[in-house]
Ligand binder design. Structure first.
Ligand code: 6R9
Length: 660
């Protein structure tokens, strides 16, 4: 990928493209003219997008970048984010529209209209005020996907307090670290959560986390699992309070205050591979503008007509921007599902799509590959004809998985949008526009109108068509992070030092342009392998493996090798129906190695391929290659606190020891 170490040039020569149907194109929210328009006058373009919101005081300047890398957007403007997501829709006569079709894992359901959401958020805002929470205070939220999670976030926004949402499955120490770093005053959690048909304790973990946590004055507990948990919920008198006892009796009236456009909205922690997690800070006006604009343009969302479903957890930035802020600002009707996709059966998502006539579905490659593993006959049993746009986020999507998604879920009819962005970018940055773009399996394709991104070499020079290097963002954007909580130096160092001369934001991802100039994401640069001086991306080898008919999912790492520097080690999950004894045999493994050699080149042939039942993933579905490197290099396994399921590593290690 750099001049010193030659890249493989023959990778990812994807030639399939899918133009939008005429009908879709004719009704699409976005048009191809937007690109030129935004290029001509970026500020005017964003000023127009900001008009999607209600501003109590209009801004005087679109962007102030004079103190780079600290940006100010819509300078002087004032707004209330929660008012924009809830109240204004009620005032415009849409109080009876369903905002949330909530589906609980055990099968209980709740439909919440905008009028009801307004009442709930107002009561919760009054409740937080009654606990002494005021603007700029921090509230930590550790909740599963229940309506109260969304209500709590909006209640914070409404009173100008910052939320810090922590994944429901995170360990006590991970929660504690985040509570301490943000000095959270209040923690909101639940008694327990349903996971795969069972009630698991939540409050008990929170108590363990908070022992001696001095900043925390109150813990608010939503009752969810109740008697199913068996036994009492541990309780600290004077500190703990039930959500229903606190919130239910509050007034339904609360006047939202208008805050400065740069008023902080939330902190969300992302874990780097080393060091303590970074508290990514987002603010109000610019963030909401880009979240709303991208949700409108990338998903072609039509308020009052579409039923939208983003399957993310609110503990992930995708849940923040594409369940809570963007969609609700755009008056969405959306599905929120509490449980796992295979509880009680592997068709659960498709059953929900059929029942609620979901028209826009946004998920992660990890889940698409899991659906592949389960088999195409499962979605085939359901009526998915309501679907019209499919989205993907979180990792590079292998062309094979993309095609499977398009064919088996989208009936070859729905545009697939592969959306690249990060916690730090706040909202989608690179993605096709449905109805405009001729989509291409595996490529995020092009920065959105208003966004500028480049692939550059080591020295910050843009590479040409067919060239690879580092993805950078060379112009500020409205929803960009405003810093790392409490650590300006780390903010500069992490994101702005690599290409300081050019003033580029370095995203940490490798990327390349294909011969059409479309962008392909190649994974984190930390994961790039170096085999005999050739830099090879994990993504490309993984995609080659997944394109073999027996493979559902693959993770590839570079392990130290005495002759080649690094050797490629692949961990492979087989597709449903494939017999492991056959597919895992010596000959079959050799066939897989040859397949990679044929797809990419002999240099990319894995040194070793191991068949495994599962892969280690974060809660947002990203493969943790660092842990697989530990396995491949026979080291003790490193920190597993951000794994979705910490038993996976035992499963992999024991399977390997027994020779499977
Ligand atoms: C939204 C989100 C950010 C990292 C990012 C990149 C990877 C996300 C991707 C993608 C290829 C896509 N990533 N979307 N890679 N194609 N469409 O995932 O935020 O959890 O902060 O992760 O995820 O490596 O840098 P976050």
């Amino acid at each position: 990928m750099t001049e010193q170490s030659p890249a493989l040039d023959n990778l990812l020569t994807e030639s399939r493209t899918f133009p939008p149907s005429e009908e879709f194109a004719a009704n699409a929210n976005a048009t191809s003219e937007w690109y030129a328009k935004a290029d001509e006058d970026r500020d005017a373009f964003w000023a127009e997008q900001a008009e999607r919101l209600h501003w109590d005081t209009k801004w005087t300047q679109v962007v102030d970048w004079s103190d780079a890398p600290f940006a100010k957007w819509f300078v002087g403007g004032k707004l209330n984010v929660a008012y924009n997501c809830v109240d204004r829709h009620v005032e415009a006569g849409h109080g009876d529209q369903v905002a949330i079709h909530w589906v609980g894992e055990p099968g209980d359901t709740r439909d919440i209209t905008y009028a009801e959401l307004k009442r709930e958020v107002s009561k919760a805002a009054n409740a937080l005020l009654s606990l002494g929470v005021s603007a700029n205070d921090r509230v930590a939220i550790q909740l599963q996907m229940i309506p109260e999670a969304i209500v709590a976030m909006l209640a914070c926004a409404r009173i100008g307090a910052l939320h810090s949402v922590v994944f429901g499955g995170f360990s006590p120490s991970a929660l504690r670290q985040r509570v301490d770093d943000a000095q959270a005053k209040v923690v909101i959690t639940s008694d327990g959560q349903y996971r795969r048909g069972k009630a698991a304790p939540m409050k008990a973990n929170v108590d363990e986390a908070l022992a001696g946590a001095e900043s925390v004055e109150k813990v608010v507990v939503v009752r969810r699992t109740g008697d199913d948990l068996g036994g009492d919920v541990p309780w600290t008198d004077g500190r703990d309070v039930w959500w229903h006892e606190l919130v239910d009796g509050q007034s339904e009236e609360h006047s939202p205050e208008a805050f400065d456009s740069e008023h902080p909205l939330y902190i969300l922690y992302t874990s780097g591979t080393t060091g303590k997690p970074k508290g990514i800070l987002h603010t109000s006006g610019g963030y909401l503008t880009q979240a709303a604009y991208t949700h409108h343009a990338v998903f072609d969302h039509k308020p009052g007509e579409d039923v939208y479903w983003c399957t993310a957890d609110i503990g992930w930035v995708t849940g923040h921007s594409y369940i809570v802020y963007g969609p609700l600002a755009n008056r969405v009707t959306q599905v929120v599902y509490e449980g796992t996709p295979n509880t009680p059966h592997e068709g659960r998502h498709w059953e929900i799509v059929q029942k609620y006539k979901v028209s826009i579905y946004y998920t992660a490659p990890t889940l698409i590959r899991t659906f592949m593993k389960w088999g195409a006959d499962i979605p085939a049993k359901y009526d998915l004809s309501s679907l019209r746009v499919l989205g993907s986020v979180g990792e590079p999507i292998n062309p094979e998985a993309w095609m499977w998604y398009r064919e088996n879920i989208g009936a070859n009819r729905c545009p697939v949008v592969d959306t690249w962005w990060q916690t730090e970018t706040g909202a989608i940055m690179i993605s096709p526009l449905p109805g405009v773009t001729h989509t291409k399996p595996g490529s995020a394709q092009r920065p959105l109108p208003g966004i500028s991104a480049k692939v550059v070499d080591d020295k910050g020079q843009e590479v040409g068509k067919g060239g690879g290097g580092y993805l950078v963002l060379d112009k500020p954007w409205p929803s960009m992070l405003r810093g790392i909580w409490g650590d300006d130096e780390r903010y500069r160092e992490t994101y702005w030092s690599r290409f300081a001369d050019q003033g580029y934001y370095f995203a940490g991802d490798g990327a390349k342009y294909d011969n059409d100039g479309d962008v392909w994401l190649l994974g984190r640069v930390d994961d790039v392998m170096n085999v005999s001086g050739h830099r090879i991306s994990t993504t490309e080898v993984e995609s080659a493996l997944v394109s073999h008919p027996t493979v559902a999912e693959a993770a590839v790492v570079g392990a130290t090798d005495p002759t080649t520097g690094q050797g490629i080690v692949a961990f492979v999950i087989l597709r449903g129906g494939v017999v492991e004894d056959q597919a895992g045999g010596e000959e079959a493994i050799q066939a897989l190695r040859n397949h990679v050699a044929k797809e990419i080149g002999p240099i990319a042939k894995p040194r070793q391929i191991m068949i495994v039942p599962e892969l280690p993933k974060t809660r947002s579905g990203k493969i943790m290659r660092r842990l697989l490197r530990d396995v491949a290099e026979n080291r003790e396994i490193g920190d597993v606190t951000t794994l979705a399921d910490s038993s996976v590593m035992d499963l992999i290690s024991s399977g390997l020891k027994s020779g499977k």
